[in-house]
Design a protein around this ligand. Sequence first.
Ligand code: AMP
Length: 279
Amino acid sequence: MQVCRTVTDCRKRVSAYRQSGETVGLVPTMGFLHAGHMELVAAAKSRADRVVVTIFVNPTQFGDASDLDAYPRDEARDLAMLREAGVDLVLIPEVIEVYPNGDETIVETTRMANMLHGEVRPGHFRGVTTVVARLFNFVQPDFACFGEKDYQQLQVIKRMTQDLAFPIEIVGVPIVREADGLAMSSRNVRLSDEDRKAALVLSSALDTAEALTSPTVENLREAIASAIHSEPRATLRGLDIVAAETLDNISGPLTAPAAIMLSAEFGGVLLLDQRVITP
Ligand code: AMP
């Protein structure tokens, strides 16, 4: 496995793959890898000759400097996991490599970035699309894998890729969960024991909603909100039920696939979960 710290080095190696006629899949991450990330790696490996993983904690997508500082990191462990999984190349750039002249040039999906989770995290999706566009240009893969856990992010990236005509396929990968149902996240290690137990309310609220026999946007919302409010350690941050692809507002009985995007805070740690319900 090759480890590159510079864009120039990464490009040189990827172009060698290309010259041999090999296809390239990209998995962008912020490191501190877990089984969820490894599922993206497995999806990429099953589709491409070569898999490139990036590890970059992107400062432009964090609103809060303390959240950025608290983001967990363990490069040695990440590299061991990626080597074990048979990854070909890992790009671990410093901030100066990715933003050599700052972030004068940004990429933003104007509507989709500022709705829903974007409304409570201003600038977050603009940071994500800005860095992903740069990573796409650095690596120029045939496809890139993203988790459905970050549902709005996946839709925003699909839209950016389409609008800017990147010749890159976006592959969505289903959520990987802990045995008890909690969606895997690098942030889970920051939960206290009590909050770790309380956080199960996210997946159980979605299970309850999914079990409704005649789902409407209103009764889904009611079922989820009351489940979250029944857990005193949880503070509901976002609950959006929207058209699965466009993220448009919907109401009344479900007539097409709807995405439920849920976020809540547990002792200062923001966790996400989501479910697509098909009527
Ligand atoms: P992150 O390192 O948190 O930026 O995540 C990198 C990629 O892994 C993103 O595309 C995430 O959606 C994806 N991911 C994170 N957690 C999971 C999970 N539990 N299941 C599937 N994909 C995930």
